[in-house]
Design a protein around this ligand. Structure first.
Ligand code: FEO
Length: 403
């Protein structure tokens, strides 16, 4: 190893982590990332070095310095780009210019998407699904994982180290000085893994179940899973595989997410009373005010729930902007198997609840009760209606999950 500003971390016999840590990232295309992230790239040291993925453009020098801590970057003969999204490919054109590799590989869609995104002039060679190449004397097998989560995504298996470079799969946004899952607080792993799944991979859950089945049928052993974000799994792989199987299944649980915003605290009061009634009925309730919870927080909690209740006051004949934001985001992520309901206070027209219900229908959320719309500030009778509303939804949820 040579002296370098940043160090590589050894992962397995031939593999080094040479990625970058983004301690400052707080927003990843709309997904709140309070703990930053990492862009993992890997150097495979066979007869010649192979680089698996690169990093976001601004982290090019950090990555090259980590490579330089193992070998002169100009020794790298091959780059494999597993995914065209710019957190992994942003630095690719410049890295190619600097190190001048003999070959750059990507999936067939990757070749197209890298050209469309980066407008580069480099020759990139397409690998086929399930193709195996000997690179630097080591055996790499490439598996296309189309729409997990981009059309160009693929993963790579290094047979000699029994290691899967899993790209975005099994990753999480978590900046840390620790590189391995077994060195990281299990609660952080579970929460950030769930958050990543809910906000990135959820719409493709059926493909994940198929991929898990496909990999299970391959005659290979996987000892290490090396994703492109967050810690590397080298122990207890059953933990992350089990999480993915559960999350992909989206089996509803006896848990309700009640998210809302409020103008003068009436819708907030309704939310609190509905939550109380549901708790009393035995539902695990999570109340998420949108003036303090991000859209990504709501999706994270919704992943292991069975009911989504949405509260909005009416403002200017429509729903509150923060409610529209979270519903638009949630609709795109396509959660499944939910029941739900709308509620809210209004002054004179009261359209918000109907707009919320329309979103819920578009999300295939089964409406468990008609919208509860209350005029101005709820009185005792109105609060009783809130309790009854909560009880009805709790009872339907119980029925749904067989609790
Ligand atoms: Fe981490 Fe889809 O990029």
């Amino acid at each position: 190893m040579t002296d370098s500003a940043f160090s590589a971390v050894k992962v397995s016999e031939h593999v080094w982590w040479v990625g970058a840590i983004d301690w400052s990232l707080r927003d990843f295309h709309g997904y709140s990332t309070e703990r930053g992230s990492t862009y993992n790239a890997y150097l495979v040291m066979g007869e010649y070095p192979v680089l698996i993925d690169t990093v976001k453009a601004g982290f090019r020098d950090e990555m090259l310095a980590r490579v330089a801590s193992v070998t002169d970057p100009n020794n790298v003969k091959v780059i494999v780009s597993q995914h065209a999204e710019m957190d992994h490919s942003g630095a690719l054109p410049q890295v190619i210019d600097i190190i001048k590799p003999d070959k750059v590989y990507a999936s067939q869609m990757g070749v197209q998407n890298l050209a469309a995104q980066l407008h580069h002039n480099h020759q990139i060679t397409a690998v086929k699904d399930a193709e195996t190449l000997k690179l630097g004397g080591l055996s790499f097998t490439f598996l296309e994982t189309r729409m997990l989560h981009w059309p160009d995504s693929m993963v790579s298996y290094l047979a000699e180290d029994e290691l899967l470079f899993s790209q975005d799969g099994f990753g999480m946004h978590l900046a840390s000085g620790r590189r391995f899952a077994d060195e990281t607080d299990p609660a952080d792993m579970s929460f950030e893994g769930r958050k990543y799944y809910a906000n990135i991979l959820l719409p493709y859950s059926s493909l994940i179940l198929k991929l898990l089945e496909r990999v299970g049928k391959l005659d290979i052993s996987i000892k290490t899973i090396a994703p492109d974000h967050g810690p590397i799994w080298r122990k207890d792989l059953g933990t992350i595989l089990g999480w993915y199987a559960k999350w992909a299944e989206q089996k509803p649980e006896n848990r309700a997410i009640i998210t809302f915003d409020t103008m003068w605290q009436s819708t907030a009061l309704m939310a609190r009373v509905i939550a109380d009634a549901m708790s009393e009925a035995g539902t695990d309730v999570c109340l998420m005010p949108l003036h303090g919870s991000t859209r990504a927080d709501v999706m994270t909690e919704l992943l292991c729930a069975g009911a989504l209740l949405v509260g909005s006051p009416t403002i200017n004949n429509g729903m509150f902007p923060t409610v529209a934001d979270v519903l638009t985001y949630a609709r795109g992520l396509k959660p499944k198997n939910l029941i739900g309901a709308a509620f809210g206070s209004y002054g004179w027209s009261g359209e918000a609840c109907f707009e919320v219900e329309e979103y819920l229908r578009q999300m295939n959320v089964e409406l468990a009760a008609p919208a509860l719309r209350l005029k101005f500030v709820p009185d005792e009778a109105a609060l009783s209606q809130c309790r009854e509303f909560g009880k009805v939804v709790a009872s339907k949820l119980k029925e749904r999950v067989g609790a």
